[in-house]
Design a binder for this molecule. Structure first.
Ligand SMILES: C[S@@+](CC[C@H](N)C(=O)[O-])C[C@H]1O[C@@H](n2cnc3c(N)ncnc32)[C@H](O)[C@@H]1O
Length: 285
């Protein structure tokens, strides 16, 4: 070591330099490990920032303030199950676009109510009523139009999905109470849609915006046929699982449109890039 030091000193001296020992300092300490809570806060802050930037960009594209900043929205977006945020933003912009269209808002296929809470939060500043339709008995038996396209739960057959996605209705009530959405502002229509639409007393008479997430052919077709009778011009309906999971969703939409647009165009359809999710957007002309 001493010999090495001497050699270095000699070399430095030849160049006119001198080796001087400074006060020994310890290496900077590594920051203490970040707690999971702090880490989660960071992740959420990053998501919140991304959501704000995305909303800003969407507003620029539309040329109007469709998405006004909303403190609760990012939290509700992170809680979604099965609805990716990219698709959720289509629901949110549809709500913004139909704010001044006469009528209420519906969700067909509610499950645990995470998307319902997201929608309800947007309705807080409006006078629109929220109608939620679900059997709370999970998926019904498939029809021949429902062929398994994507085995999302790896169950092996479409028949095996009967009864899956069952959630108690109380979970929805809890979700809406947790965001302080008043009970007077929403109606839960419990039951299989085919019966509900025949029996329910308080069905909406006008619908400005709807999210249809029943997964299977029969209930989707039933919901679309009902909506056709109550949606005014400018109303928007988003149908989830278009060309995904069961072939029934796409078949139901395609058949509905073929009939509705047979004489003159009554609906415009937009199918977003599948990187944003599998769904379609129908606007009544
Ligand atoms: C995919 S989940 C809905 C998810 C929910 N929209 C969300 O974003 O969290 C499908 C729901 O549709 C309901 N459902 C399916 N077919 C139905 C029918 N014929 N009548 C009523 N509800 C039905 C099921 O009970 C299930 O809760």
């Amino acid at each position: 070591m001493q010999l090495g030091k001497k050699v270095i000193e000699r070399i430095l001296a030849q160049g006119g330099y001198q080796l001087i020992r400074t006060k020994q300092t310890s290496l900077p300490k590594r920051p203490a490990a970040v707690s999971p809570d702090v880490q989660r806060d960071f992740v959420f802050k990053n998501f919140e920032n991304l959501a704000a930037a995305y909303e800003y960009a969407l507003n620029q594209i539309e040329g109007c303030e469709l998405l006004t900043p909303n403190a609760m929205r990012p939290r509700l977006l992170t809680r979604l199950l099965g609805t990716p945020p990219s698709e959720a933003y289509y629901i949110l912009t549809a709500l913004g676009k139909t704010k001044w269209v006469e009528g209420d808002v519906c969700e067909f296929g509610v499950a645990q109510g995470e998307t319902s809470a997201l929608i309800a939060n947007e309705l807080a500043s409006t006078s629109k009523h929220l109608h939620l339709f679900d059997s709370f008995e999970g998926l019904p038996a498939p029809t021949p139009q429902d062929q398994l396209k994507d085995d999302i739960f790896s169950l092996g057959s479409i028949e095996a999905y009967t009864g899956t996605m069952m959630t108690p209705m109380d979970a929805v009530l809890e979700r809406l109470a947790a965001i302080s959405f008043p009970a007077t502002r929403f109606t839960i229509h419990r039951g299989f849609i085919e019966q509900t639409l025949r029996q329910s007393q308080n069905l909406p008479t006008q619908v400005a915006c709807a999210y249809v997430d029943f997964d299977f052919y029969e209930p989707i077709k039933t919901a679309l046929n009902f909506l056709d009778t109550v949606m005014p011009r400018g109303a928007i309906v988003i149908v989830d699982d278009y060309d995904f999971f069961s072939t029934g969703a796409k078949t139901a939409v395609d058949e509905f449109l073929a009939q509705a647009n047979a004489v003159a165009p009554r609906y415009e359809m937009h199918v977003p890039d599948t990187r944003l999710g599998y769904f379609c957007v129908l606007t009544k002309l």
